[in-house]
Design a protein around this ligand. Sequence first.
Ligand code: GDP
Length: 360
Amino acid sequence: MSNTDTRDPTSLRTPIVAVLGHVDHGKTSLLDKIRGSAVIEGEAGAITQHIGATAVPLDIISSIAGDLVDPDDFDLPGLLFIDTPGHHSFTTLRSRGGALADIAILVVDVNDGFQPQTLEALEILKRSQTPFIVAANKIDTVPGWNATEDAPITETYESQSDRVRSRLDESLYEIIGNLSDEDLSADLYWRVQNFQRNVGVVPVSAMTGEGVPDLLTVMMGLSQRYMKEEMEIDVAGPGVGTVLEVKEEKGFGTTIDTVLYDGTIQDDDTLVVGGQNDPIVTDVRALLQPRPLAEIRTESRFEKVESVSAATGIKVAAPDLADAMAGAPVRVVRDRPLEEVVDEVEAELADIAVDTDEQG
Ligand code: GDP
Protein backbone atom coordinates (compact mmCIF):
# COMPACT_ATOMS: atom_id res chain seq x y z
CA MET A 1 0.00 0.00 0.00
CA SER A 2 2.97 2.35 -0.13
CA ASN A 3 2.21 5.25 -2.43
CA THR A 4 5.75 6.09 -3.52
CA ASP A 5 8.13 5.13 -6.29
CA THR A 6 6.34 5.97 -9.53
CA ARG A 7 6.21 9.75 -9.26
CA ASP A 8 8.53 12.43 -10.66
CA PRO A 9 11.08 14.00 -8.32
CA THR A 10 8.96 17.15 -8.37
CA SER A 11 5.35 16.42 -7.96
CA LEU A 12 2.07 18.03 -6.99
CA ARG A 13 0.87 16.87 -3.63
CA THR A 14 -2.69 16.54 -2.41
CA PRO A 15 -4.09 19.67 -0.71
CA ILE A 16 -4.90 19.12 2.97
CA VAL A 17 -8.47 20.00 3.95
CA ALA A 18 -9.83 20.77 7.43
CA VAL A 19 -13.50 20.94 8.44
CA LEU A 20 -14.53 23.57 11.01
CA GLY A 21 -17.76 24.92 12.45
CA HIS A 22 -20.08 25.15 15.45
CA VAL A 23 -20.84 21.98 17.40
CA ASP A 24 -23.70 19.92 15.90
CA HIS A 25 -23.69 21.82 12.62
CA GLY A 26 -22.63 18.61 10.85
CA LYS A 27 -18.81 18.48 10.53
CA THR A 28 -18.55 14.79 11.38
CA SER A 29 -21.56 13.86 9.25
CA LEU A 30 -20.13 15.71 6.28
CA LEU A 31 -16.79 13.91 6.57
CA ASP A 32 -18.64 10.61 6.94
CA LYS A 33 -20.72 11.37 3.87
CA ILE A 34 -17.67 12.22 1.79
CA ARG A 35 -15.92 9.03 2.97
CA GLY A 36 -19.09 7.00 2.36
CA SER A 37 -19.70 8.35 -1.13
CA ALA A 38 -16.09 7.78 -2.01
CA VAL A 39 -16.32 4.16 -0.88
CA ILE A 40 -19.45 3.53 -2.92
CA GLU A 41 -18.12 5.19 -6.05
CA GLY A 42 -14.63 3.83 -5.80
CA GLU A 43 -13.13 0.60 -6.94
CA ALA A 44 -12.05 -1.40 -3.90
CA GLY A 45 -9.00 0.27 -2.45
CA ALA A 46 -9.26 3.42 -4.53
CA ILE A 47 -10.08 5.54 -1.54
CA THR A 48 -7.44 5.17 1.10
CA GLN A 49 -8.09 5.50 4.76
CA HIS A 50 -4.92 6.98 6.15
CA ILE A 51 -3.95 7.46 9.74
CA GLY A 52 -5.94 10.51 10.86
CA ALA A 53 -6.94 11.45 7.34
CA THR A 54 -8.90 10.29 4.32
CA ALA A 55 -7.55 10.62 0.80
CA VAL A 56 -10.13 11.15 -1.93
CA PRO A 57 -8.35 10.83 -5.29
CA LEU A 58 -9.31 12.91 -8.32
CA ASP A 59 -10.93 10.04 -10.22
CA ILE A 60 -13.27 9.39 -7.28
CA ILE A 61 -14.08 13.09 -7.00
CA SER A 62 -14.92 13.20 -10.66
CA SER A 63 -17.17 10.16 -10.46
CA ILE A 64 -19.00 11.68 -7.46
CA ALA A 65 -19.23 15.07 -9.16
CA GLY A 66 -20.29 13.70 -12.55
CA ASP A 67 -20.55 16.45 -15.15
CA LEU A 68 -19.33 19.07 -12.70
CA VAL A 69 -15.73 17.89 -12.97
CA ASP A 70 -13.65 17.22 -16.02
CA PRO A 71 -10.58 15.37 -14.71
CA ASP A 72 -8.52 16.82 -17.58
CA ASP A 73 -8.88 20.27 -16.01
CA PHE A 74 -6.95 19.16 -12.94
CA ASP A 75 -3.51 17.92 -12.21
CA LEU A 76 -3.67 17.97 -8.43
CA PRO A 77 -4.10 14.36 -7.29
CA GLY A 78 -7.21 14.83 -5.12
CA LEU A 79 -7.97 16.01 -1.59
CA LEU A 80 -6.76 14.80 1.81
CA PHE A 81 -9.34 15.41 4.55
CA ILE A 82 -8.13 15.57 8.15
CA ASP A 83 -10.45 13.26 10.07
CA THR A 84 -10.56 15.26 13.30
CA PRO A 85 -12.97 18.12 12.71
CA GLY A 86 -13.21 21.30 14.75
CA HIS A 87 -11.16 24.39 15.27
CA HIS A 88 -9.36 23.07 18.30
CA SER A 89 -7.55 20.55 16.12
CA PHE A 90 -7.15 23.18 13.42
CA THR A 91 -5.24 25.55 15.72
CA THR A 92 -3.07 22.79 17.15
CA LEU A 93 -2.17 21.43 13.75
CA ARG A 94 0.38 23.65 12.15
CA SER A 95 3.05 23.41 9.52
CA ARG A 96 6.01 25.76 9.17
CA GLY A 97 4.64 29.26 9.46
CA GLY A 98 0.96 28.50 9.07
CA ALA A 99 -1.97 26.15 9.31
CA LEU A 100 -1.40 22.51 8.45
CA ALA A 101 -4.58 22.59 6.38
CA ASP A 102 -4.17 24.27 3.01
CA ILE A 103 -7.86 24.88 2.69
CA ALA A 104 -10.94 24.62 4.91
CA ILE A 105 -14.67 23.98 4.90
CA LEU A 106 -16.64 26.07 7.39
CA VAL A 107 -19.86 24.20 8.13
CA VAL A 108 -22.91 26.30 9.05
CA ASP A 109 -26.34 24.83 9.84
CA VAL A 110 -28.82 26.65 7.56
CA ASN A 111 -31.44 26.78 10.32
CA ASP A 112 -29.12 27.75 13.13
CA GLY A 113 -27.00 30.23 11.21
CA PHE A 114 -23.92 31.81 12.74
CA GLN A 115 -23.14 30.69 16.29
CA PRO A 116 -20.27 31.53 18.67
CA GLN A 117 -18.00 28.76 17.40
CA THR A 118 -18.74 29.76 13.80
CA LEU A 119 -17.34 33.18 14.59
CA GLU A 120 -14.36 31.70 16.42
CA ALA A 121 -13.62 29.48 13.43
CA LEU A 122 -13.85 32.49 11.11
CA GLU A 123 -11.37 34.43 13.21
CA ILE A 124 -8.95 31.52 13.09
CA LEU A 125 -9.32 31.16 9.32
CA LYS A 126 -8.76 34.87 8.81
CA ARG A 127 -5.74 34.95 11.11
CA SER A 128 -4.12 31.96 9.44
CA GLN A 129 -5.12 33.26 6.00
CA THR A 130 -6.53 29.89 5.09
CA PRO A 131 -8.78 29.95 2.02
CA PHE A 132 -12.15 28.43 2.78
CA ILE A 133 -15.64 27.85 1.53
CA VAL A 134 -18.84 27.73 3.54
CA ALA A 135 -20.96 24.59 3.48
CA ALA A 136 -24.53 25.66 4.31
CA ASN A 137 -25.55 22.30 5.74
CA LYS A 138 -28.85 20.52 6.49
CA ILE A 139 -30.76 21.90 3.49
CA ASP A 140 -32.89 18.73 3.69
CA THR A 141 -34.48 20.10 6.89
CA VAL A 142 -36.20 22.97 5.06
CA PRO A 143 -39.89 22.08 5.54
CA GLY A 144 -41.29 20.38 2.43
CA TRP A 145 -37.84 19.48 1.07
CA ASN A 146 -37.90 16.96 -1.76
CA ALA A 147 -34.61 15.08 -1.56
CA THR A 148 -32.67 13.60 -4.47
CA GLU A 149 -29.87 11.59 -2.90
CA ASP A 150 -26.35 12.74 -3.82
CA ALA A 151 -27.58 15.18 -6.46
CA PRO A 152 -25.75 18.37 -7.43
CA ILE A 153 -27.37 21.42 -5.90
CA THR A 154 -28.68 22.95 -9.13
CA GLU A 155 -30.49 19.72 -9.94
CA THR A 156 -32.09 19.32 -6.53
CA TYR A 157 -32.90 23.04 -6.34
CA GLU A 158 -34.94 22.73 -9.54
CA SER A 159 -37.04 19.95 -8.08
CA GLN A 160 -38.19 22.01 -5.05
CA SER A 161 -41.45 23.95 -4.87
CA ASP A 162 -41.29 27.77 -5.03
CA ARG A 163 -42.10 27.96 -1.35
CA VAL A 164 -39.25 25.61 -0.36
CA ARG A 165 -36.84 27.40 -2.65
CA SER A 166 -37.60 30.78 -1.16
CA ARG A 167 -37.27 29.38 2.38
CA LEU A 168 -33.83 28.06 1.47
CA ASP A 169 -32.84 31.31 -0.27
CA GLU A 170 -33.78 33.24 2.85
CA SER A 171 -31.53 31.11 5.05
CA LEU A 172 -28.68 31.25 2.55
CA TYR A 173 -28.87 35.04 2.30
CA GLU A 174 -28.83 35.27 6.04
CA ILE A 175 -25.54 33.37 6.06
CA ILE A 176 -24.17 35.60 3.30
CA GLY A 177 -25.23 38.61 5.40
CA ASN A 178 -23.49 37.19 8.47
CA LEU A 179 -20.29 36.77 6.46
CA SER A 180 -20.58 40.32 5.24
CA ASP A 181 -20.92 41.51 8.85
CA GLU A 182 -17.51 39.91 9.32
CA ASP A 183 -16.14 41.93 6.39
CA LEU A 184 -16.17 38.98 4.05
CA SER A 185 -17.72 39.38 0.68
CA ALA A 186 -19.60 36.16 -0.01
CA ASP A 187 -22.05 34.74 -2.49
CA LEU A 188 -23.55 31.47 -3.64
CA TYR A 189 -20.63 29.60 -5.12
CA TRP A 190 -21.89 29.56 -8.72
CA ARG A 191 -21.89 33.37 -8.72
CA VAL A 192 -18.34 33.67 -7.43
CA GLN A 193 -15.78 34.59 -10.07
CA ASN A 194 -12.76 35.04 -7.87
CA PHE A 195 -12.56 32.70 -4.88
CA GLN A 196 -9.60 34.64 -3.51
CA ARG A 197 -11.72 37.73 -3.04
CA ASN A 198 -15.12 36.18 -2.36
CA VAL A 199 -16.20 33.36 -0.13
CA GLY A 200 -18.30 30.77 -1.95
CA VAL A 201 -21.32 29.36 -0.14
CA VAL A 202 -22.29 25.80 -1.10
CA PRO A 203 -25.71 24.52 0.05
CA VAL A 204 -25.35 20.86 1.13
CA SER A 205 -26.92 18.08 3.11
CA ALA A 206 -24.56 15.73 4.90
CA MET A 207 -27.62 13.50 5.37
CA THR A 208 -28.80 13.12 1.75
CA GLY A 209 -25.50 13.95 0.04
CA GLU A 210 -27.13 16.75 -1.94
CA GLY A 211 -24.60 19.43 -2.83
CA VAL A 212 -21.64 17.18 -1.94
CA PRO A 213 -20.69 16.92 -5.63
CA ASP A 214 -20.59 20.72 -5.76
CA LEU A 215 -18.60 20.96 -2.54
CA LEU A 216 -15.90 18.60 -3.82
CA THR A 217 -15.81 20.36 -7.18
CA VAL A 218 -15.40 23.79 -5.63
CA MET A 219 -12.66 22.56 -3.28
CA MET A 220 -10.84 20.97 -6.17
CA GLY A 221 -11.20 24.06 -8.37
CA LEU A 222 -10.06 26.41 -5.65
CA SER A 223 -6.97 24.33 -4.90
CA GLN A 224 -6.09 23.93 -8.54
CA ARG A 225 -6.51 27.60 -9.34
CA TYR A 226 -4.91 29.26 -6.34
CA MET A 227 -2.73 26.72 -4.61
CA LYS A 228 -0.96 24.80 -7.32
CA GLU A 229 2.42 26.40 -6.70
CA GLU A 230 2.29 25.62 -3.00
CA MET A 231 1.55 21.99 -3.83
CA GLU A 232 4.79 21.57 -5.78
CA ILE A 233 7.09 19.46 -3.65
CA ASP A 234 10.23 17.42 -3.98
CA VAL A 235 8.59 14.07 -3.31
CA ALA A 236 11.83 12.21 -2.83
CA GLY A 237 13.21 14.79 -0.37
CA PRO A 238 13.39 14.35 3.40
CA GLY A 239 9.87 14.20 4.86
CA VAL A 240 8.32 17.03 6.86
CA GLY A 241 5.13 16.64 8.87
CA THR A 242 3.08 17.48 11.93
CA VAL A 243 2.11 15.23 14.84
CA LEU A 244 -1.68 14.71 15.01
CA GLU A 245 -1.70 12.52 18.07
CA VAL A 246 0.64 10.65 20.39
CA LYS A 247 -0.69 7.14 21.08
CA GLU A 248 0.27 3.96 22.90
CA GLU A 249 -0.13 1.05 20.50
CA LYS A 250 0.01 -2.55 21.64
CA GLY A 251 3.16 -4.21 20.33
CA PHE A 252 4.63 -0.93 19.12
CA GLY A 253 4.95 1.25 22.24
CA THR A 254 4.44 4.99 21.87
CA THR A 255 3.63 6.00 18.30
CA ILE A 256 2.95 9.33 16.61
CA ASP A 257 0.11 9.73 14.13
CA THR A 258 1.56 12.18 11.66
CA VAL A 259 0.42 14.13 8.62
CA LEU A 260 3.28 14.32 6.17
CA TYR A 261 3.04 17.44 3.99
CA ASP A 262 6.38 17.38 2.23
CA GLY A 263 8.84 14.76 0.99
CA THR A 264 9.17 11.10 1.88
CA ILE A 265 9.62 9.18 5.10
CA GLN A 266 11.31 5.76 5.01
CA ASP A 267 11.36 2.97 7.56
CA ASP A 268 15.11 3.42 8.16
CA ASP A 269 15.07 7.21 8.56
CA THR A 270 16.30 9.19 11.54
CA LEU A 271 13.74 11.75 12.73
CA VAL A 272 13.69 14.89 14.81
CA VAL A 273 10.35 15.31 16.60
CA GLY A 274 9.18 18.28 18.68
CA GLY A 275 9.02 17.28 22.36
CA GLN A 276 7.69 18.81 25.56
CA ASN A 277 11.23 19.73 26.54
CA ASP A 278 13.86 19.27 23.87
CA PRO A 279 13.58 18.00 20.30
CA ILE A 280 13.61 14.19 20.24
CA VAL A 281 16.10 12.47 17.94
CA THR A 282 15.01 8.93 17.12
CA ASP A 283 15.14 6.19 14.48
CA VAL A 284 11.98 4.92 12.81
CA ARG A 285 11.15 1.41 13.98
CA ALA A 286 8.09 0.97 11.77
CA LEU A 287 5.79 2.96 9.48
CA LEU A 288 2.21 1.81 9.93
CA GLN A 289 -0.93 2.22 7.88
CA PRO A 290 -4.41 0.93 8.62
CA ARG A 291 -4.93 -2.51 7.16
CA PRO A 292 -7.91 -2.79 4.80
CA LEU A 293 -10.95 -3.98 6.78
CA ALA A 294 -11.22 -7.24 4.90
CA GLU A 295 -7.77 -8.31 6.02
CA ILE A 296 -8.29 -7.66 9.70
CA ARG A 297 -8.96 -10.89 11.51
CA THR A 298 -6.40 -12.08 13.94
CA GLU A 299 -3.77 -9.86 12.40
CA SER A 300 -2.78 -6.42 13.63
CA ARG A 301 -4.93 -3.47 12.61
CA PHE A 302 -1.84 -2.04 10.97
CA GLU A 303 0.44 -3.06 8.18
CA LYS A 304 4.05 -2.01 7.82
CA VAL A 305 5.12 0.00 4.80
CA GLU A 306 8.64 0.83 3.65
CA SER A 307 8.00 4.44 2.78
CA VAL A 308 5.27 7.03 2.17
CA SER A 309 5.20 10.39 0.42
CA ALA A 310 3.29 13.62 1.04
CA ALA A 311 0.52 14.32 1.50
CA THR A 312 -0.49 11.39 3.65
CA GLY A 313 -1.31 10.31 7.19
CA ILE A 314 1.07 7.76 8.72
CA LYS A 315 1.66 6.19 12.13
CA VAL A 316 5.33 6.20 13.14
CA ALA A 317 6.62 3.79 15.76
CA ALA A 318 10.00 4.78 17.21
CA PRO A 319 11.79 4.76 20.58
CA ASP A 320 11.66 7.73 22.97
CA LEU A 321 8.41 9.28 21.74
CA ALA A 322 6.78 9.58 25.17
CA ASP A 323 7.46 13.36 25.27
CA ALA A 324 6.27 14.05 21.71
CA MET A 325 3.41 16.57 21.43
CA ALA A 326 0.36 16.88 19.22
CA GLY A 327 0.99 19.77 16.83
CA ALA A 328 4.77 19.41 16.99
CA PRO A 329 6.94 19.21 13.87
CA VAL A 330 8.45 15.97 12.54
CA ARG A 331 11.45 16.14 10.24
CA VAL A 332 13.44 13.46 8.48
CA VAL A 333 17.21 13.97 8.78
CA ARG A 334 18.42 11.84 5.82
CA ASP A 335 21.74 13.19 4.51
CA ARG A 336 21.75 16.55 6.29
CA PRO A 337 23.70 17.44 9.43
CA LEU A 338 21.64 16.45 12.48
CA GLU A 339 22.28 19.80 14.19
CA GLU A 340 20.71 21.68 11.30
CA VAL A 341 17.49 19.68 11.54
CA VAL A 342 17.38 20.00 15.33
CA ASP A 343 17.69 23.79 14.93
CA GLU A 344 14.81 23.82 12.42
CA VAL A 345 12.58 21.89 14.79
CA GLU A 346 13.52 24.16 17.70
CA ALA A 347 12.68 27.24 15.65
CA GLU A 348 9.28 25.80 14.73
CA LEU A 349 8.55 24.90 18.34
CA ALA A 350 9.40 28.48 19.39
CA ASP A 351 6.90 29.76 16.79
CA ILE A 352 4.17 27.53 18.15
CA ALA A 353 4.85 28.74 21.70
CA VAL A 354 4.57 32.41 20.65
CA ASP A 355 1.27 31.80 18.86
CA THR A 356 -0.18 29.90 21.78
CA ASP A 357 0.67 32.82 24.08
CA GLU A 358 -0.94 35.30 21.71
CA GLN A 359 -4.13 33.29 21.72
CA GLY A 360 -4.07 33.27 25.52
P1 GDP B 1 -20.63 18.11 14.48
O1 GDP B 1 -20.72 18.31 15.96
O2 GDP B 1 -20.47 19.41 13.75
O3 GDP B 1 -19.59 17.09 14.06
O4 GDP B 1 -22.08 17.59 14.02
P2 GDP B 1 -22.55 16.10 13.67
O5 GDP B 1 -22.02 15.67 12.36
O6 GDP B 1 -22.30 15.23 14.85
O7 GDP B 1 -24.12 16.36 13.49
C1 GDP B 1 -24.95 16.81 14.54
C2 GDP B 1 -26.36 16.28 14.33
O8 GDP B 1 -26.91 16.83 13.13
C3 GDP B 1 -26.42 14.76 14.16
O9 GDP B 1 -27.57 14.31 14.79
C4 GDP B 1 -26.54 14.59 12.66
O10 GDP B 1 -27.21 13.41 12.29
C5 GDP B 1 -27.33 15.80 12.24
N1 GDP B 1 -27.01 16.23 10.87
C6 GDP B 1 -25.78 16.52 10.38
N2 GDP B 1 -25.88 16.90 9.09
C7 GDP B 1 -27.19 16.84 8.76
C8 GDP B 1 -27.94 17.12 7.55
O11 GDP B 1 -27.40 17.50 6.52
N3 GDP B 1 -29.29 16.94 7.62
C9 GDP B 1 -29.92 16.55 8.74
N4 GDP B 1 -31.23 16.40 8.70
N5 GDP B 1 -29.27 16.26 9.88
C10 GDP B 1 -27.92 16.42 9.90
